[in-house]
Design a protein around this ligand. Structure first.
Ligand code: SAM
Length: 262
């Protein structure tokens, strides 16, 4: 069982309103017109708004920005503007981790790319205080799916990610094609599983292997479950997969999906 302490939350300022505005969202036909309209919309609300990553919401606490430990971990790990936009998704991972660190079992991420999702979670707790083993799977240097290569996804990425995790003895980076790469190196018990492969068939293939290894109370986060358009295939594959096991995915406004293992 883990002895990882949760990062302390600072005292709550009763009147403070936090805002986050990022220019990064997807699926916009006229970006300039959209930006003008959203700037105006943001100016018309009383505050506490989050604008970015295809979200616009206001009069929210924005707990993610009030949580100093998260703000520092998130900002220290930004590799580009998209990482800034998806802060709320990262906070979902960090708060899921706050639950999962108290369970038996390891942490797993399928689809790691540059490692920002893994590193933000560990840094949130304070690197050396994070007492769980974290397994991170990817082909790294090239993307095996139909999604285009991500920025920086080229020969040498794996070595750069290894260097990024120097000093993080809890992290096992496993390079190779999923699900085959699970055969040689993977944990038997899982408390936290983040699947972010952007591909329905591969996501189902890792669920087939890993879901039954999740401990009761373990948290599964599906990064793209609630995204429509090009990612809708994931929901189409995952809904029947979970229904067959008497589970239902909880869709989150961030576009993620959450499942609590029984
Ligand atoms: C959206 S990126 C992951 C982003 C990462 N989770 C983060 O938080 O920054 C998706 C990754 O999944 C990887 N991937 C997709 N299918 C895979 C498979 N079958 N085996 C290994 N990696 C795969 C791609 O190479 C890509 O790096």
């Amino acid at each position: 069982m883990s002895t990882t302490p949760l990062p302390p939350l600072p005292p709550i300022d009763p009147v403070k309103r936090y805002n986050l505005k990022s220019p990064v969202s997807w699926g916009i036909r006229d970006p300039e017109r959209f930006r003008q309209l959203m700037d105006e919309a943001a100016s018309l609300v009383v505050g506490g708004y989050y604008l970015g990553d295809n979200l616009f919401t206001w009069t929210r606490n924005l707990s993610l920005l009030e949580d100093d430990a998260f703000r520092h971990a998130w900002q220290a790990n930004l590799l580009g503007p998209a990482d800034e936009a998806i802060a709320w998704r990262r906070y979902v991972l960090c708060t899921a981790a706050c639950h999962a660190v108290h369970l038996e079992g390891d942490f797993v991420e399928c689809g790691t790319l540059g490692g920002t999702g893994v590193k933000t979670v560990i840094d949130y707790f304070g690197r050396e205080k994070f007492a769980k083993t974290f397994w991170a799977y990817d082909t790294f240097d090239s993307n095996p799916t139909e999604v285009p290569q991500f920025p920086g996804q080229e020969a040498g990425l794996f070595e750069r990610v290894q260097a990024r995790f120097a000093g993080y003895g809890q992290v096992n980076l496993v390079k190779g094609l999923l699900p085959a790469s699970l055969e040689s190196r993977s944990p038997g018990r899982i408390a936290y599983l983040h699947i972010d492969l952007n591909d329905a068939a591969y996501e189902i293939a890792v669920l087939d292997v890993l879901f039954e290894r999740m401990v009761p109370g373990g948290l599964l986060i599906l990064d793209d479950y609630e995204w429509a358009g090009g990612y809708r295939g994931q929901k189409m594959a995952e809904d029947p997969w979970f229904s067959a096991r008497n589970y239902r995915v909880m869709p989150l406004p961030t576009g993620q999906g959450l499942v609590i293992k029984r």
